[in-house]
Design a binder for this molecule. Structure first.
Ligand code: GAP
Length: 528
């Protein structure tokens, strides 16, 4: 079963080092996160899978990596200086600041309706380039990667000899000064985008829009996010961005959050290339653009058939890496009861959980919403026991739980049975798993076993595109659990028989079944 709450994912990311708050030792920075050792592997594998599907496996795409800092004029003519705004309101009572469209007229902090009128807030971060900070040195951190592609359209066309239709793909950082960053990786101020600008002959854009929708849904399926978990939202005209003729938003059913946008597929007409072109009046543009007296280029395509210069139309599939990472984790997440714990141990956990929740209910230290969140989650766990027992780890990692003394007792009662009778497992697709293969010696203090296991790890790793790990820091059962929790598809154990006949056991993460094969065949077996 996929994750049922966002907290399950936050807790896993924290305890296994997928994601850390940025500059945590100084109190962090709101809306900014760092990728830990496992997080960076999973993220890189997602990006590699996207690049492979959209650049290598097609014959109509080129890649690009444009700079984050760009000439400020880019953002004037893209329309971002004027329109990249969110409506901002202040609460006059508690002085907090909110996005007007997120709060339904009531301050989420203190409940007051005494709010200021909404006013536009531009979300682009500003910086200065060079030693003197004046009006001429002013630059923005890009709020999307797309504009780097549009301003390079002429360069790519001239150097690649592409014919329409063709696309340019880019993965890179984007920055938005979100008013209220929230929900872990979902809404942050620094994030990565995977964007495609696909250039087509005017008049064919609707057909290509549909084709890209189908292609993108197939990719989501290939990384473990099935079609039935994504809703397609055909954005109504009054909600469309300033550049869009039509947009399909892919909405993933996130735990706790419900359906939220994970990718947008926009039909951007000739707005972008037209906006960044000179001589606009000669280009027969359909889009309404600002008059551009600064550009030095006409971003057009010479169509050999009609012998005319045309401004291509654009289809843009654009996905956020962090939102994709969360969706992949949510889908892969599973808590399984491997064996039923004995009744007396369930009873002891139930009593400790009861006592903990009573203490939460009586606590004067906890803010009301923290108390309610703990109680709501705790009661749901109580009702679902014993299956929900692993969620006690998540409960105890929630904000405020550490202020309740009885949490220690609950952890004491619950941790043993959780480790013994349950497992958390990430059913990640093997090509996404942070570690594809883990190799263990049956005994860590046996020289022969350790040497063979270390050697095997090196052999599997050498020349392969995935990560292979060695671990001997616990008993085998515990090592399996640790790898299950990070989604390692294959665990290889070197035992005494290995020393005699050169075979090893390979355990499958999902079925927990083991096969014995020659060590020399492991690489091929795991798909290397
Ligand atoms: N070039 C088009 C564009 O940037 P967008 O809908 O604003 O369109 C595209 O962003 C994707 O980037 C979104 O679907 C989402 O996955 C991701 N994204 C946007 N803002 C984000 C934020 N503050 N935090 C995390 N991801 C974000």
């Amino acid at each position: 079963m996929p994750a049922t709450t966002l907290d399950q994912l936050v807790s896993l990311c924290k305890r296994r080092g997928f994601v850390f708050p940025s500059s945590e030792i100084y109190g962090g920075l709101q809306g900014v996160f760092d990728w830990g050792p496992l997080g960076v592997e999973l993220k890189n594998n997602i990006i590699a899978s996207w690049w492979r599907a959209n650049v290598y496996e097609r014959d109509d795409m080129e890649g690009l990596d444009a700079a984050i800092l760009m000439n400020r004029l880019t953002w004037r003519y893209s329309g971002h200086e004027e329109t990249f705004n969110d409506p901002l309101v202040d609460c006059r009572d508690c002085k907090s600041r909110w996005r007007a469209d997120h709060i339904k007229g009531r301050c989420p902090n203190c409940g007051s309706t005494n709010l200021t009128e909404p006013r536009p807030f531009n979300m682009m971060f500003k910086t200065s380039v060079g030693p003197v900070a004046d009006a001429d040195s002013f630059a923005y951190l890009r709020p999307e990667t797309a504009q780097g592609i549009f301003v390079n359209f002429g360069n790519v066309l001239a150097t690649s000899s592409r014919k329409l239709p063709f696309g340019i793909a880019q993965v890179g950082k984007a920055f938005r000064n979100e008013i209220n960053p929230r929900n872990f990786l979902f809404r942050v101020r620094e994030f990565e985008q995977m964007e495609i600008e696909y250039f087509v002959m005017p008049g064919t854009e609707d057909e290509w829009h549909q084709r890209w929708l189908d292609d993108r849904l197939a990719w989501w399926e290939s990384i473990g996010v099935p079609r039935e978990r994504i809703r397609m939202y055909d954005v109504p005209p009054d909600e469309l961005a300033h550049y869009s003729k039509r947009t399909f938003d892919l909405m993933y059913n996130y735990p706790t959050l419900g359906y939220e946008e994970v990718e947008g597929i926009a039909s951007r007409t000739d707005y972008d290339l037209g906006s960044h072109s000179r001589d606009q009046e000669t280009l027969n543009l359909t889009a309404r653009t600002n008059t551009n007296r600064d550009s030095t280029a006409r971003l057009t395509y010479y169509d050999p058939e009609s012998k005319r210069h045309v401004v291509p139309f654009v289809i843009e599939p654009s996905a956020g890496v962090g939102r994709c990472f969360l969706a992949v984790l949510a889908e892969a997440y599973d808590e399984q009861m491997v064996k039923a714990p004995p009744a007396e141990r369930i009873g002891a956990v139930t009593d400790a959980l009861d006592a903990f929740l009573k203490s939460v209910g009586r606590s004067e230290k906890l803010a009301p919403e923290t108390r309610d969140a703990l109680l709501e989650r705790g009661q749901a766990i109580c009702e679902g026991l014993p299956e929900t027992m692993p969620q006690i780890e998540t409960l105890l990692a929630m904000p405020g739980a550490d202020q309740i003394e009885l949490g220690k007792k609950l952890r004491g009662q619950a941790q043993g049975p959780i480790d013994e009778y349950f497992r958390t497992v990430l059913h990640l697709k093997p090509h996404l798993a942070p570690v594809r293969v883990a190799v263990f010696p049956l005994k860590r203090n046996h020289e022969g076993l350790v040497a063979m296991a270390r050697d095997l790890r090196r052999t599997i790793q050498t020349g392969s595109s995935f990560r292979t790990a060695y671990d001997d820091t616990g008993a085998i059962g515990r090592l399996y659990r640790r790898q299950d929790e990070i989604g390692t598809p294959y665990c290889v154990t070197v035992d005494f028989q290995s020393l005699e006949d050169g075979t090893v056991t390979v355990r499958d993460r999902d079925t927990m079944q083991q096969v014995r094969i020659p060590a020399s065949e492991v690489r091929a077996y795991v798909g290397g």
